[in-house]
Design a protein around this ligand. Structure first.
Ligand SMILES: [Zn+2]
Length: 305
């Protein structure tokens, strides 16, 4: 404030002129800079692929906010990859080809009943209406079954079961499928049968409807001649049972209710009952020395369908 009062009129004019000159100079410099930028921009847009075009939507496409659109944009672009004529629209899609697009699809939480790791036990039930949509006849896949039966399993589980059983046969072990998929209604019948025989004790040998792994279409009960083609404990003393314990994980199958952890599983030892969880999960369980129950509890995939 003090300094300003001391300036005379002339000094003020000079200052204004200087300021004007300064403004003009600044404007000139800005123009020059703008021209230079425009030139660089022009050269850049001429030489570089359209992906770098600032006016293209691709500029926005690099931002993470683009991610939600990727599933729809990435697919059509796959086919246009070989094309030399990359339009601006395609360049947008090209920028969508980041690794995020390749991420494995996360199973819908509404369809977790189809997840191979879904936890079905005393506290986690499947709804009565649930049944897998890809059931196939295991006999059709080449797996030996009890005469007069046609057990069903989910496709992947059936394919692996057939491989498992032919490997067992090649090693001289006899295995026969006694039962596989059971619907909620089937389980109601089975449970009623055991309840009539054992009363309240039925719970330790048979699951109440909704709590059976058989409803998943990934559980198998094995038997053989040495076990009298029955589902009972003597099966656990057969060489075929020992073979299963050792080799079944290589085909994605694991013993669901082993001996000694009845309190953990809520079921008696069932040497004949195996569940398919996929080879990776089965090997993971082996590495962690985990029971199926503790592994599934840790995975925490609860039934929603
Ligand atoms: Zn079973």
């Amino acid at each position: 404030m003090e300094g300003r009062k001391k300036h005379g009129h002339g000094a003020f004019e000079t200052a204004r002129r200087r300021r004007r000159y300064g403004l003009a100079a600044a404007a000139g410099a800005a123009l020059a800079a703008f021209a230079a930028i425009a030139l660089v921009y022009l050269i850049a847009t001429t030489l570089m692929p359209p992906t770098t075009t600032a006016s293209s939507p691709a500029a926005k496409g690099n931002a993470p906010s683009q991610t939600p659109q990727k599933p729809t944009q990435g697919q059509p672009n796959e086919g246009s990859q070989d094309s030399d004529e990359v339009s601006d629209e395609n360049s947008d899609e090209e920028s969508a080809q980041e690794p995020v697009v390749r991420t494995a699809p996360i199973p819908s939480p509404e369809r977790s009943c189809d997840d191979l790791r879904v936890l079905v036990d005393r506290e986690h039930s499947l709804p009565s209406y649930y049944g897998p949509s890809d059931l196939v006849s295991v006999a059709a896949y080449g797996a030996p079954v009890l005469p007069g039966t046609d057990p069903l399993l989910r496709e992947e589980a059936a394919g692996q079961l057939a491989r498992l059983m032919s490997a067992a046969a090649a090693d001289g072990e006899e295995l026969v499928v006694a039962s596989a998929y059971r619907s909620y209604a089937d389980q109601q019948e089975t449970y009623a049968h055991y309840t009539a025989m054992y009363g309240q004790g039925a719970g330790s040998v048979s699951a109440p409807p909704g709590q059976s792994q058989h409803q998943l279409g990934t559980a198998v009960d094995f038997t053989n001649s040495a076990a009298g083609y029955n589902l009972w404990w003597p099966f656990g003393d057969t060489t075929a049972s020992a073979w299963l314990v050792e080799n079944a994980p290589d085909y994605g199958y694991v013993l669901a209710y082993p001996e000694g952890i009845e309190e953990e599983t809520g079921y008696q030892y069932e040497p004949w009952h195996y569940r398919y969880v996929g080879k990776e999960n089965a090997h993971l369980m082996q590495q962690q020395d985990a029971s199926l129950q503790s592994f599934l509890v840790e995975q925490a995939v609860v039934p929603k369908c």
